[in-house]
Design a protein around this ligand. Structure first.
Ligand code: FAD
Length: 388
């Protein structure tokens, strides 16, 4: 078991850290939170640095790097803000990976080169107003009509909603009930009958586009089917890599909060001494660091196991669940180190707590992850439906 990062990986982290300092990403994070504007200007820069699509197939313009490289980049940038890390997340661990792994040649060559140049982005569209955790009861429906499907339904909380060029829509094909009827189809922004609801207002993650998607008799060519009905397991497996990206956001936010708390504890005085000289403050920061280290090992393990493919379901569920809860504990403790100033919007830790709070719901709740883990530990499924 090798716990060392390669020289290239260490260099990548160092480069991003230096870029963040030089370009004052700390202030950019404050600005994004205050204005709610996504930092689109970073996209060309990230593309020129090879960060966009770094894990995608080289034959379609991607970097062909292992998933761990993208995870390290997401973590480093999320120390400033998840929004600053978002372009690396979307283009490497988002649904474009589904296309890279399972799409047709035509789909890959239409989408991946454009994603790598930041000219196109893909959102994942699973959740519906009446089907979140209970995803297999989704009601969005695709009905065959010649060489097309006619899509009807509504999706909710879709990250990138309104801003992305393409949408990987989880839908039921025909009347096949349960998970066997569910597959994934790619819908382009601008397709007639496809519209957006109002932008969501969240506690944190300001600047992240999110809204409902509305499909009213949308005609989608059959060639846009990426995952056929009955291959639902493939859809969920590829989602495990997105879950590792979600966990990497937590590592970053928690790492950023620890840095802020450490610096503050050395500057702030009480009883004539810097507060870092009080053992309770030291222990708090040590406990925060221990939790972060443990989460890192779990996330890196899950992603290293994936290589250029997919992580194990168990490893990614453990990693995401632990990291999701860790970031809440760590940002909450950081706020305490700041005393009253921690609760003030003049200081960054309240934002970090708000941003960190999202991940235990986005990408599947920690409760649903525990259900997955329980099923793998007991070696049997526990049907959540009453009376079945
Ligand atoms: C910031 C953010 C970004 C998101 N981005 C996307 C996106 O890009 N694409 C997308 O498709 N969705 C997205 N979502 C939606 C997210 O995936 C869902 O909110 C999540 O899966 C939970 O579904 P729900 O909100 O309907 O909650 P529900 O399923 O209604 O659950 C409510 C509560 O009940 C619990 N619960 C439900 N069933 C069980 C059970 N059997 N046992 C124990 N507890 C249970 C849940 O854990 C939760 O705490 C996003 C959400 C957020 C907050």
């Amino acid at each position: 078991m090798d716990f060392n990062l390669s020289n290239e990986q260490l260099m990548l982290v160092e480069t991003l850290r230096n870029m963040g300092k030089k370009e004052n990403f700390r202030d950019l994070a404050i600005q994004i939170d205050a204005t709610g504007e996504f930092p689109h200007h970073l996209m060309p820069k990230y593309a020129s640095m090879g960060l966009v699509g770094m894990t995608l197939s080289t034959e379609y313009g991607g970097g062909g790097q292992p998933a761990l490289d993208a995870i390290l980049a997401i973590e480093e940038l999320a120390k400033f803000s998840p929004m600053i890390a978002a372009p690396v997340f979307e283009s490497n661990v988002g649904p474009v990976r589904v296309i890279d792994l399972f799409g047709t040649k035509e789909q890959k060559s239409a989408i991946i080169p454009k994603v790598c140049k930041s000219e196109c982005s893909v959102s994942v569209c699973m959740t519906e107003p009446e089907a979140g955790s209970d995803l297999t009861s989704l009601s969005t429906n695709a009905v065959e009509d010649g060489d097309s499907y006619i899509l009807n339904g509504r999706k909710t909380f879709i990250t990138g909603g309104g801003a992305a060029s393409h949408y990987m829509v989880y839908t039921r094909f025909g009347n096949i009930s349960g998970y066997k009827g569910i597959g994934g189809i790619l819908v382009e922004n601008g397709t007639p009958g496809f519209s957006f609801g109002k932008q969501e207002k969240f506690l944190g993650l300001h600047g992240m586009p999110s809204c409902d998607l509305i499909f009213e008799d949308v005609r989608v060519p059959k060639k846009n089917v990426v995952i056929k009905a009955g291959e639902f397991a493939n859809l969920m497996m590829t989602f495990d890599i997105e879950r590792c990206g979600n966990a990497a956001m937590c590592l970053g936010v928690a790492g950023g909060a620890i840095e802020e708390a450490k610096n503050y504890a050395q500057q702030r005085h009480a009883f004539g001494r810097p507060i870092c000289e009080f053992q309770d403050i030291q222990f708090k920061i040590v406990d925060m660091a221990m939790k972060l280290e443990a989460a890192k090992l779990l996330v890196y393990r899950a992603v290293s196991g994936a290589g250029r493919g997919l992580p194990s379901i168990y490893d990614s569920a453990v990693a995401k669940c632990y990291a999701n809860e860790m970031v809440i504990d760590v940002t909450n403790a950081a706020m305490q180190v700041f005393g009253g100033y921690g609760y003030s919007t003049e200081f960054p830790v309240e934002r970090m707590l708000r941003d960190g709070r999202a991940w235990c719901v986005a990408g599947g709740t920690v409760q649903m992850l525990r259900i997955t883990m329980a099923s793998l530990l007991f070696g049997r499924r526990f049907d959540q439906r009453k009376g079945k």
